[in-house]
Design a protein. Structure first.
Length: 607
């Protein structure tokens, strides 16, 4: 793995309290918090002009050299999956690979864990939003959801929230069943999880679960080591949950201190781990700030290249072997549909010639989060700045089932602990999750002089499905994204039931001894409902929900792709990214996407 050197500017910026500037402000309300976020983003934008990270990556191929060029493989998107595919294919020095990326190099702020709240709604984000469905997200600031998605080398792995989780064996059984190929089962994918991983936690490596982890891969994985979460783990154990060291065996349920995509003090994105080592491979080329408008398909339904645009010019690039689409859950279906691959009625309505009628854009899945908070004891000490190279707030996670005899999980939670840090609460509530200002101000007020446990709770395998459609046949337009959240009533019912299971932790000694309690926010739509009833929690869920950015399955195996990720009815064309997943997994999806890409690279090499 390429050793990444931190710039000398680090010491200077740290002395100016840039990293933890919000800790040193007077206590902020939502308005001042949002203003502060914009101020930091503006400062970071200036810093980006120094190109402090550009030295890591290959120089972008100029437009004049792209027009009419021919390579062996074109990879559309140098994101989470595309970076992996490009890396593995160029291990063969006899093939030439071109990655075409709409974004550019991840800049300084993407490296440091403490700065993750400032990465969305920037140039590194496609800045897509959901269509207002008139039902979900109605108590959000705008009645719709921001849908962050990485427009940068490494894609969403360059802006996500660091948690490393693989999911459950049953998730991958469904992958194998959908593909009709057992090589997609967890048992057979384990070698790919291990291939990309370099776990740096001796306790786990020397334990019974050490055999599930890799130690020689390009991606460093570390673990939460702070002691503050331990008292919460004891509390959950007291009320009947398991406490474990490792949730990545595919079978284990319980609560633990999580693993992170953090190593050598920086984010372990696909850009850092898979793309930067390609700088010295002469058979790899990248075209940044270049948008692919359509896939070129000949009369025999062979993908022969792409039409792309950059610097105001449109041109064609050709592939001898394959075109590999790794543009993400929103942009991969958009590109296929613009190229005539998709639902025939929808394409025909926009005047697009139909090449293959496939359910592209259908069956989108995402994990809905519900934002919960608990008040605990007094915490009057001044907040202490965290090391910016660590995950910025003490945290723990849980993957659980309501029926404790059940082997597969129902829900998972990501939990952070704020001690008298109202500015971090403001940042999380109003910027990371765009909840209503009134809700965030209630949370800020509750956090004054108190310890607050903030939880985002997620149904592992939602029943609801969304959809991605074209807004226009003009590729410059963003897609229409319908999340479909709670379109299946079971998801609303299950969310409420899982909250009821989670908040039983208030019966533990930890909570009882300090008067700990669940926060019941004053929500106008829920007034008049009896607190802590099923109907109350269903109302609460509709008002306090957001996305986890775990979008998947819009070009899924089994309906759009075959078991080798080839587009049905078109030759020499594959889709390799989260959109190819037949279903989501019971976890954050980054590890699953990297593993899918690792397997895809082997499939392509064997073709």
């Amino acid at each position: 793995m390429t050793k990444v050197i931190r710039p000398n500017l680090y010491e200077c910026i740290e002395r100016k309290t840039f990293w933890n500037f919000w800790i040193y402000q007077t206590q902020m309300d939502v308005a001042s918090s949002l203003a502060a976020v914009k101020a930091v983003q503006a400062a970071l934008l200036v810093l980006a002009t120094l190109s402090l990270t550009a030295y890591r990556f290959s120089t972008s191929t100029p437009t004049i050299a792209l027009d009419g060029a021919t390579v062996d493989y074109i990879v559309v998107g140098a994101g989470t999956a595309g970076s992996v595919v490009a890396n593995r294919l160029t291990e063969n020095p006899h093939v030439k690979v071109l990655a075409v990326e709409a974004g550019e190099e991840p800049t300084f702020e993407t490296d440091y864990p403490a700065l993750f709240p400032f990465l969305t709604k920037t140039n590194y984000d496609w800045n897509y939003v959901s269509e207002n469905d008139g039902y979900s997200a109605q108590y959000h600031r705008n009645g719709y959801l921001d849908l962050p998605s990485g427009k940068v080398y490494g894609g969403s792995s360059s802006i996500h929230h660091f948690y490393y989780l693989r999911g459950h064996v049953d998730d991958y059984k469904d992958w194998a069943d959908a593909a009709g190929d057992q090589s997609w089962s967890f048992k057979h994918l384990l070698r790919y999880f291990k291939k990309s991983e370099r776990l740096e936690d001796k306790q786990i490596l020397n334990s019974a679960t050490g055999k599930y982890h890799g130690t020689n891969g390009p991606t460093i994985i570390t673990r939460e080591k702070r002691k503050l979460p331990l008292k919460y783990l004891e509390a959950f154990q007291e009320v009947g949950h398991n406490v474990v060291d490792d949730l990545n065996t595919g079978k284990t349920l319980g609560y633990t201190r999580p693993m992170f995509y953090i190593g050598d003090g920086i984010r372990q994105s696909s850009a850092v781990c898979f793309l930067s080592p390609l700088k010295n491979r002469p058979n790899f080329h990248i075209a940044k700030k270049t948008t692919v408008n359509k896939i070129l398909i000949d009369g025999n339904k062979n993908a022969i290249g792409v039409q792309a645009s950059a610097n105001g010019q449109t041109f064609n690039i050709y592939a001898r072997k394959e075109v590999i689409v790794s543009a993400g859950t929103f942009n991969s279906p958009k590109l296929l549909m613009l190229s005539g691959i998709g639902p025939k009625d929808h394409l025909a309505s926009l005047g697009i010639e139909v090449i293959v009628d496939l359910p592209v854009g259908k069956n989108m899945e995402d994990h809905v989060i519900v934002f919960l908070a608990h008040k605990l004891g007094e915490a009057n000490e001044s907040p202490v700045p965290e090391n910016p190279s660590l995950f910025p707030i003490p945290t723990f996670i849980g993957v659980e089932a309501v029926d404790k005899t059940q082997c597969h999980p129902d829900y998972f939670t990501m939990n952070i602990i704020c001690r008298n840090n109202t500015n971090n609460l403001a940042l999380l509530c109003s910027s990371v999750y765009g909840l209503h200002d009134d809700v965030c101000n209630q949370l800020i007020e509750a956090g004054k002089g108190r310890e607050i446990l903030v939880t985002v709770l997620t149904v592992c395998r939602p029943e609801s499905r969304g959809e991605v459609l074209l807004r226009s046949a003009d590729p410059r337009y963003s897609p229409k994204i319908y999340t479909g959240f709670f379109s299946n009533d079971a998801d609303l019912e299950n969310n409420a039931a899982y909250i009821e299971d989670f908040i039983k932790v208030t019966n533990s000694s930890l909570f009882r001894n300090v008067g700990g309690e669940t926060m019941y926010f004053d929500l106008p739509n829920c007034r008049g409902l009896e607190l802590n009833t099923r109907e109350y929690w269903k109302c609460y869920v509709l008002n306090m929900m957001d996305t986890t950015y775990h979008y998947s399955s819009t070009c899924r195996m089994g309906s759009v792709l075959d078991a080798k990720l080839k587009v049905l009815g078109v030759n020499r064309l594959r889709v390799v990214d989260a959109s190819a997943m037949p279903n989501t997994v019971s976890a954050n999806i980054n590890a699953a996407v990297v593993t899918l890409a690792e397997k895809a690279a082997d499939l392509i090499k064997k073709a």
